[in-house]
Design a protein around this ligand. Structure first.
Ligand SMILES: Cc1cc2nc3c(=O)[nH]c(=O)nc-3n(C[C@H](O)[C@H](O)[C@H](O)COP(=O)(O)OP(=O)(O)OC[C@H]3O[C@@H](n4cnc5c(N)ncnc54)[C@H](O)[C@@H]3O)c2cc1C
Length: 380
């Protein structure tokens, strides 16, 4: 029952960390309270956006380059399609932070890009119906990640290298040895020992690391899939993934992929935060009406009958940047809360960073200073 590293939570981040640690010859145990994969956390709903001109902060761009390379490695190793290139659109009013941030990132990191008006986007990609005077940054390398398939791929790759993964096993508590030697992890089924612990518990981080309870706040989201009236405009070859600022709010969307329907959602949906247990209630008529209104205005040819609605959870930090760091009191424990609604695309590189933090001297060659606990935006 002794492992080098125990990972709590085998979702997007935990599964990637399991593979990266197993690749380094670590004896890994991954513990997951639900199934692998499942629809009770943050990574379900088939697909997630990946985009390079990062409007949130250009400091993410080097991580994105590494993430893309590692997604391709995982694809090659697993034989599964994990990343599909569609191009990406970041659009809004010209003076808005979304468009300006994407433009700044593209220029700073010398990314291939084109600036288009809304009217030009609508002409080139006829699924779109943007306000004509909007400004859009088109970047050809963006696309989607098959998020649930990627969890399966990472888990299978880790298992092939000897990792032990146990689903339907909930971690009740953990204790760190005061001298830093190791950790004890107690589940509803057994007690385990390891040298290191990686906590990748998504919306449940505050329960497992009370230090994060005020800093990692779960929030309900709802995704819609609508049947396109012009299907030929809504496949991965014709519809770039998008982030879009409009007067109704900030929205994101993806082409039809794997399941029926053009998919989109609204950031921070209806602003419902709280305990994860209560947040995943079924989508209701108000959720559907709000999302359909957006679809019908900005993607009218994509907004036929509703195909699916799914609830999902963001876990937000106050500055909306990720948390990746060692535990403030236990160097043998690594904390990861990489969400705030934009984390999935980074799973591959975060898996590698978590493996860095949990092995050797705990250093990583990636610049994650802006994601550490001590930054001014968090005030632990
Ligand atoms: C609707 C929606 C749309 C999004 N769109 C995008 C997007 O387009 N692009 C993007 O990059 N990001 C996007 N995100 C964000 C991204 O999906 C998240 O950042 C990412 O899924 C977080 O992964 P995770 O591993 O932290 O969480 P999860 O995948 O939820 O994994 C956490 C795991 O921990 C397990 N767990 C918790 N507590 C315990 C315990 N006590 N014992 C055992 N197991 C436990 C949970 O069951 C869960 O499986 C979106 C998120 C949502 C909700």
């Amino acid at each position: 029952m002794h492992y080098d590293v125990i990972i709590v939570g085998v979702g997007g981040m935990g599964s990637a960390a399991a593979w990266q640690l197993a690749r380094r010859g670590q004896r890994v145990l991954g513990l997951e309270r639900y199934d692998i994969p499942h629809a009770h956390g943050s990574s379900h709903g088939v697909s997630r956006i990946i985009r390079l001109p990062y409007y949130e902060d250009p400091a993410y761009v080097p991580l994105l380059h590494r993430a893309m390379a590692l997604w391709r490695e995982a694809e090659a190793a697993s034989g599964r399609e994990l990343m599909v290139t569609t191009g990406s659109i970041d659009a809004g009013p010209e003076d808005d932070a979304l468009f300006q941030g994407a433009l700044a990132s593209a220029r700073l990191h010398d990314l291939t890009h084109e600036v288009l008006t809304g009217a030009e986007v609508n002409e080139r990609f006829p699924g779109y119906n943007l306000p004509a005077t909007h400004r859009a940054l088109f970047q050809p390398q963006g696309g989607l990640i098959a998020s649930e398939r990627a969890i399966v791929a990472h888990v299978e790759l880790a298992q092939a290298l000897g990792a032990t993964i146990r689903a339907r096993e909930e971690v009740a508590r953990w204790e760190a040895d005061p001298g830093g030697e190791g950790v004890t992890v107690v589940t509803n089924k057994a007690t385990y020992r390891a040298d290191k612990l990686v906590l990748t518990a998504g919306a449940w981080m505050g329960e497992l690391a009370p230090e994060l309870a005020r800093l990692a706040i779960p929030e309900r989201q709802v995704l819609a899939w609508l049947q396109p009236l012009r299907p030929e405009w809504f496949g991965p070859d014709r519809l770039p993934v998008f982030n879009l600022q409009v007067e109704e709010g900030r929205y994101y969307g993806l082409p039809v992929y794997d399941v029926p329907g053009f998919k989109f959602g609204r950031y921070h949906h209806r602003g419902e935060t709280g305990d994860p247990a209560g947040l995943l209630r079924e989508p209701d008529a108000e959720d559907e009406a709000m999302l359909r209104q957006f679809g019908q205005r900005y993607f009218p040819a994509g907004s036929g009958a509703t195909m699916a609605l799914r609830s999902c959870m963001f876990t937000n930090t106050p500055d909306e940047h990720f948390i990746l760091d060692h535990h403030p009191r236990h160097a043998q424990v690594v904390l990861a809360s990489p969400c705030s609604g934009h984390g999935y695309k980074f799973c591959s590189v975060i898996g590698e960073i978590l493996a860095d933090l949990a092995t050797g001297d705990g250093a990583t060659r990636q610049d994650i200073e802006f994601l550490r606990l001590g930054r001014p935006g968090l005030r632990l």
